[in-house]
Ligand binder design. Structure first.
Ligand code: NAD
Length: 338
């Protein structure tokens, strides 16, 4: 039976990959995480999943090389998802983003040197190339061939992208030298139930729930393409299983919409009847983001299936239901808190 390790597998995307693998593949799953997301506590949903599917759960801070001693050797597949994620963290503790994300990448690669692995997949981000689109007018939708660009190396908000660039280069080059397979996926605005509260869609649900009126639309004419989590998961598993060695894939959706479309549709879902008001967005926010996914379509057979309106409805309804029944779980399990 295939042995699969998900490092950072207790998080939003990792947990969904684990569920998909448990349902669609015959494999032995290990989730390794320090539960940073969740403030050190294990989500009850994850607990029951682990029990139901005999998943091995390994708790450890993998910025410490010793934590890897808890793992087996020779996994067939390693999904590398562990990272500190989120604009708030990046702005509040950029030096910690550098330390944690770099240590996670470096320790994992050095452990792989000893432990070996069939194939690894590193999870990267569209943030790595946002500067090229903004500064040099690279095309949108944007393909994988875009040069990675940091427009202001000293600014805290780019620390996350800098560590992801290190990860892309590190995983590809270690894999080439040590002889294991490697794919990289760059995600683009993955969303869905249980994604935390530090993202635009959960924020909208929270603000509608709180009765904001007039309802502010920040950066109304900016565009984004949102990728429902079940599509992102299928794209990731395809990249792991079908991806060519050392290839990078843009995983996302090409349904590019304005923030105004997103907000107004969310308002329709919640039955909002008040006024809308335009407001400026935060500095440095890119005006357009949309991946060119043709490489993933052609090489992997990846095809997003969830229309943005359908995905938004599912997500907003989940959050409204969650907020209506909120207990301390709201803060402890679904927020990205330290
Ligand atoms: N969600 C998105 O839209 C998006 C976009 C681009 C890239 N990504 C990347 O995809 C991956 C998964 O993202 P996500 O949205 O599921 O984030 P997430 O925060 O939900 O998951 C990351 C996981 O890493 C774990 N982790 C953090 N520090 C750790 C440590 N020291 N030791 C062990 N585990 C640790 C966290 O506890 C968490 O469970 C991340 O690497 C992220 O950078 C996500």
């Amino acid at each position: 039976m295939k042995k699969v390790l998900l490092l950072g597998g207790a998080g939003f995307i990792g947990f969904n990959i684990a569920k998909y693998l448990a349902e669609h593949r015959h494999c032995e799953i290990t989730i390794a995480d320090n539960f940073f997301r969740g403030g050190g506590k294990v989500d009850p949903l994850l607990q029951s999943f682990v029990k139901e599917h005999s998943v091995q759960l390994v708790k450890g801070d993998f910025t410490q090389p010793g934590a890897f001693q808890q793992l087996q050797r020779g996994y067939d597949e390693l999904y590398m998802l562990a990272s500190v994620v989120g604009v708030d963290y990046v702005n509040k503790m950029p030096h910690e983003i550098i330390r944690i994300n770099t240590a996670l990448i470096y320790n994992t690669l050095e452990w792989l040197r000893e432990a070996g692995c069939g194939k690894v997949l590193f999870t990267s981000t569209s943030e790595c190339y946002a500067g090229a689109v903004e500064q040099f007018d690279y095309p949108v939708p944007t393909p994988e061939t875009v040069p990675l660009t940091i427009s202001d190396i000293a600014h805290p908000r780019f620390t996350y992208a800098v560590t992801k660039m290190l990860g892309e280069s590190g995983f590809i080059n270690y894999a080439e030298q040590l002889g294991f397979g490697c794919s990289v996926v760059r995600y683009h605005n993955v969303y869905g139930p249980r994604m935390g509260f530090k993202h635009v869609i959960p924020h909208l649900a929270q603000r509608f729930h709180a009765g904001e009126n007039p309802f502010k639309i920040y950066g109304h004419d900016q565009t984004r393409s949102f990728n429902f989590v079940s599509d992102a998961v299928r794209g990731t598993v395809l990249a792991m299983e079908q991806g060519a060695n050392s290839e990078i894939y843009h995983i996302g959706s090409q349904q590019e919409i304005t923030i105004e479309q997103l907000v107004r549709h969310a308002g329709d879902i919640v039955g909002f009847t008040g006024e809308y008001e335009y407001a400026p967005t935060y500095p440095g926010s890119v005006s357009r983001r949309c991946p060119d996914i043709s490489k993933a379509q052609e090489q992997l057979g990846y095809e997003p299936q969830v229309d943005w309106k359908q995905g938004l409805q599912t997500t907003v309804e989940w959050y409204l239901d969650y907020l209506a029944n909120a207990t301390e779980l709201h803060e402890s399990f679904y927020d990205n808190k330290s």
